[in-house]
Write a protein that binds this ligand. Structure first.
Ligand code: NDP
Length: 385
């Protein structure tokens, strides 16, 4: 039995992870499940899977969690520290699927604890890539990418010959506004932005996909996961989301991983690796799909991608500032406080006004994150529409 913990068990990736795990009850033993405050979903999953521990990050949610779990045998805990303690518990496999910077400390705790960490929380590698990968190396932790693009690259990468890789090409669906004019983009609403054409995901990553910031964050994530330089990372827009990413070799061969747009495929790969396991996912019907299109990204309508590329090239604290400002701007957009095109403008402005030295520890990253958030929040307040 593989002992598994899911951090962010109530979210989109967390729920898909539970779906894969619960189909093979003899193969997996659930140790801990965490959420922020979705007590109903967390408690139901913990009872179903007979988890040892259920944790809510928000202490105000402990009483209702205890009430629902009473008599179930599942222990209830609360608080950010309790989430990190859950991440440190002795398991074989931990899914890191908390959204945003809130995931940084729990991811670090899981990496330091050893075993295998399946990483969905891309923000932790974007903000603290050097610190996180060093911690994983020091603890001998296996870090497996769950983001569908990085999982695809991982499947295509010949680890015996990293110097024979010429390029890593991440595919981007282009999001819901791939063909929308810049003029029409001024009036985009949160409801339109979260309606991704191919993937069903949480609100934050859906908005990131709509601005293409998600692809920018993924470039930075790829830089930390794979042995390539920043200038070996490329993006191509592929509206059908069938090819999940590609690796081009020096001899002209390009290997691609294809699959349905269903996160259970990369999650299952990370769960079973180096083996494979069954999933109920729809199979690719290529004659029905008919054609696969590719186009270059438009950096004018999607400036967030350019900002992320520049942050990657500059390195140091830039990616952490980019990520923090983006989280603030996306939250403000979802709350109706700023317009869609202001998201990239807020990120750009924050990057332009804050340039601290490179962080050398998680605490230094978190301090930069906090300052960048404060500056981005000031900029949000200045937005008058
Ligand atoms: P969701 O918003 O659907 O879920 C987020 C999860 O994090 C929930 O379990 C939520 O709990 C928990 N959470 C939120 N805030 C906190 C906090 N302060 N402390 C502890 N837990 C918290 O996100 P997704 O599943 O879409 O995304 C998760 C991560 O995976 C992101 O980093 C995203 O970029 C990445 N990712 C997602 C993909 C997808 O298809 N969705 C694809 C590839 C990567 P609660 O429900 O209680 O709020």
């Amino acid at each position: 039995m593989k002992r598994v913990t899911i951090l962010g068990a109530t979210g989109s990736v967390g729920t898909s992870s539970l779906d894969v795990i619960e189909r093979e009850p003899d193969a997996f033993e659930v140790v801990a499940l965490t959420a922020n405050c979705d007590v109903a979903r967390l408690a139901a999953a913990a009872i179903r899977t007979r988890a040892r521990l259920a944790v809510v990050a928000d202490p105000a949610c402990l009483a209702p969690l205890r009430e629902v779990l009473a008599g179930s045998g599942v222990e209830a805990r609360a608080g950010a520290d309790a989430v990190c303690e859950a991440a440190r518990m002795d398991t074989d496999w931990t899914m890191a699927a908390i959204v945003g910077t809130a995931g940084l400390k729990p991811v670090m705790a899981a990496l330091e604890a050893g075993g295998t960490v399946a990483l969905a929380n891309k923000e932790s590698l974007v903000s603290a890539g050097d610190v996180m990968t060093a911690a994983a190396r020091a603890a001998g932790t296996t870090l497996l990418p769950v983001d569908s693009e990085h999982n695809a690259v991982f499947q295509c990468l010949d680890r015996t010959a990293p110097d024979r890789v010429r390029r890593i090409i991440l595919t981007a669906s282009g999001g819901p506004f791939r063909t929308t004019s810049l003029d029409d983009m001024r009036a985009i609403t949160p409801a339109q932005a979260v309606a991704h054409p191919n993937w069903s995901m949480g609100a934050k990553i859906s908005v990131d996909s709509a601005t293409l910031m998600n692809k920018g964050l993924e470039l930075i994530e790829a830089f930390h996961l794979f042995p390539v330089r920043a200038d070996q990372l490329d993006v191509v827009v592929h509206p059908q989301s069938v090819v999940h990413s590609m690796v081009e070799y020096v001899d002209g061969s390009t290997l691609a991983q294809l699959g349905p747009p269903d996160m259970r495929v990369p999650i299952a790969y990370a769960l079973a690796w180096p083996d494979r396991m069954e999933t109920p996912c729809e199979r690719l019907d290529l004659p029905r799909i008919g054609r696969l299109d590719f186009e270059a990204p438009d950096y004018v309508r999607f400036p967030a991608l350019k900002l992320a590329r520049e942050a990657l090239a500059a390195g140091g604290a830039r990616p952490a500032i980019l990520n923090a400002a983006n989280e603030v701007a996306v939250a403000a957009f979802l709350a109706g406080a700023v317009k869609f095109l202001e998201i990239a403008a807020i990120v750009s402005d924050t990057l332009g006004r804050y340039d601290p030295p490179a962080p050398d520890s998680l605490d230094a990253v978190l301090a930069i994150d906090a300052e960048a958030r404060a500056r981005a929040a000031e900029r949000v307040k200045d937005c008058v529409f």
